[in-house]
Design a protein around this ligand. Structure first.
Ligand code: FAD
Length: 416
């Protein structure tokens, strides 16, 4: 007998995989689809941080004064591709609007709710997949060239503190005792309490997907080209081989591509692609215990299983721009200034697209038009951190119609 699938999850990045696995745990029959395979997008090459106190949105008071630099410096920590600037103007206006002090305080509360549940939501998933070794209990250190950078960004540090997160200032000598490879040119650091990191985000997503399929879930290499509607519901996903895959519920977890399907069903979900790059230095001659986050440079150096990963930078240029690998070479040079003994003999380079909402908050909600369509996207620079808790919320939305774990209103699909 052919059993009708209950839920089709579109996108097998960390968000789609954790949604699928949590739905399966609640007894749903789930098919997980991805046009490029498991972890084909941002979930593979990111920096792996459980960045729980990174609750300050990118748009915050004073952001407007930084915009000229974003347009003029293609190798700076944040940049906007000139060609894309006009197309993304409506997104950008919403981005600027969300950066008022009042809005930022509310956004930080919305992110904090997810941060507070992030680690506990991962714990059972890591145990079931036997990958607890992936989560390294080493906190991240922010690095400052000059301690005045802290005062210049006092708003963000106060906001983190007010949301209940703890940090510890590290004088240069103490910092170098903790991480002897750090250059004397680095003035000081800030230990971010409560953070830890995954030493291979690709293995994380793939292992969870393996558990899902061992438990009877189906994973298919397919692109969804459209969603077929009837009487206020989605009745099927149309695949690139023209197959119509019917189900009771559908989840859009397509990361930076989520807007394409949202537009097709007439929902306004303004997810922009914010590119980020990494270099992974294979067999590095320098070893670190903690991931290091360079405050001014906007990049992270994470000691991963496969090497030392230098990753980050924010680039708004849409999904179709040619990657600009000069950006990753620029941050790699800066990483060598921080770790003067670091030699690079063999490396890989990668670009990925963060799914970015104007206010930095994800969308975890039902479609306003189709009651059996769920959005789980827009996690920006925090998708690894919020992967497991998002999966739980998606499963609650489908099983119970809502979730009591957190106040869901910040993640509304109709807020723009
Ligand atoms: C350089 C960099 C560093 C980062 N560092 C961190 C970090 O340290 N900590 C952290 O928490 N986050 C970090 N992030 C962010 C994090 O990687 C993302 O938020 C997260 O991976 C998003 O997951 P996702 O599942 O939503 O999207 P993705 O991983 O991009 O997955 C979406 C999937 O959907 C598929 N898809 C799209 N359209 C379709 C379709 N029509 N049909 C079928 N499949 C489709 C794609 O192939 C893709 O596999 C970083 C990102 C970057 C770029």
């Amino acid at each position: 007998m052919n059993v009708k699938p209950k839920v089709v999850v579109i996108g097998a990045g960390i968000i789609g995989v954790t949604s699928a696995i949590n739905l399966q745990k609640k007894g749903h029959q789930v098919i997980l689809l991805d046009k490029g395979g498991v972890a084909a997008g941002a979930s593979t090459g990111n920096c792996g941080l459980m960045a729980v106190s990174e609750i300050v949105p990118i748009s915050k008071p004073g952001v407007l004064s930084q915009v000229p630099n974003w347009l003029m410096d293609p190798e700076g920590p944040v940049t906007v591709r000139a060609k894309h600037a006009l197309t993304m103007m409506p997104w950008f206006m919403r981005f600027l609007k969300s950066g008022s002090e009042n809005n930022v305080n509310n956004i930080a509360q919305g992110l904090t709710q997810l941060s507070n549940k992030a680690a506990a939501a991962y714990a059972p998933l890591l145990k079931e997949s036997d990958i607890e070794d992936l989560l390294k209990p080493h906190e991240v250190i922010y690095l400052f060239d000059d301690r005045n950078e802290i005062i210049e960004d006092q708003f963000s540090w106060d906001l983190r503190h007010n949301c209940g997160f703890k940090m510890e200032f590290l004088e240069g000598d103490i910092l170098r005792e903790m991480e002897p490879e750090i250059s004397p040119n680095i003035d000081s650091g800030m230990l971010m309490k409560g953070w830890d990191y995954f030493s291979d985000p690709q293995r994380l997503t793939q292992s969870l997907a393996n558990t899902f399929s061992q438990n009877g879930g189906e994973i298919r290499l397919s692109k969804v080209t459209d969603l077929i509607k009837k009487d206020g519901k989605i009745i099927a996903a149309l695949l690139d081989n023209y197959e119509k895959l019917e189900a009771d519920h559908f989840v859009i977890a397509c990361g930076a591509w989520s807007r394409i399907l949202a537009d097709q069903v007439g929902d306004y979900i303004p997810v922009e692609a914010m590119a980020g790059y990494n270099t992974t230095i294979l067999r590095p001659n320098v070893s670190l215990k903690h991931p290091l986050l360079h405050h001014n440079g906007g990049f992270v150096i994470t000691p991963m299983e496969m090497g030392l990963r230098v990753g980050g930078t924010l680039e708004l240029g849409g999904l179709n721009s040619e990657p600009n690998y000069n950006r990753v070479r620029a941050i790699t040079r800066k990483a060598q200034n921080i770790l003067p003994n670091l030699e690079i003999i063999e490396k890989t380079e990668w670009v990925g697209y963060r799914p970015m909402m104007p206010d930095t908050l994800p969308v975890i909600d039902k479609s306003p038009r189709y009651s059996n369509l769920i959005y789980a996207c827009g996690h920006g620079q925090l998708g690894i951190t919020y992967g497991a808790i998002t999966g739980e919320l998606v499963a609650d939305l489908i099983t119970q119609g809502s979730s009591e774990k957190v106040n869901m209103s910040p993640y509304s699909a109709t807020r723009f």
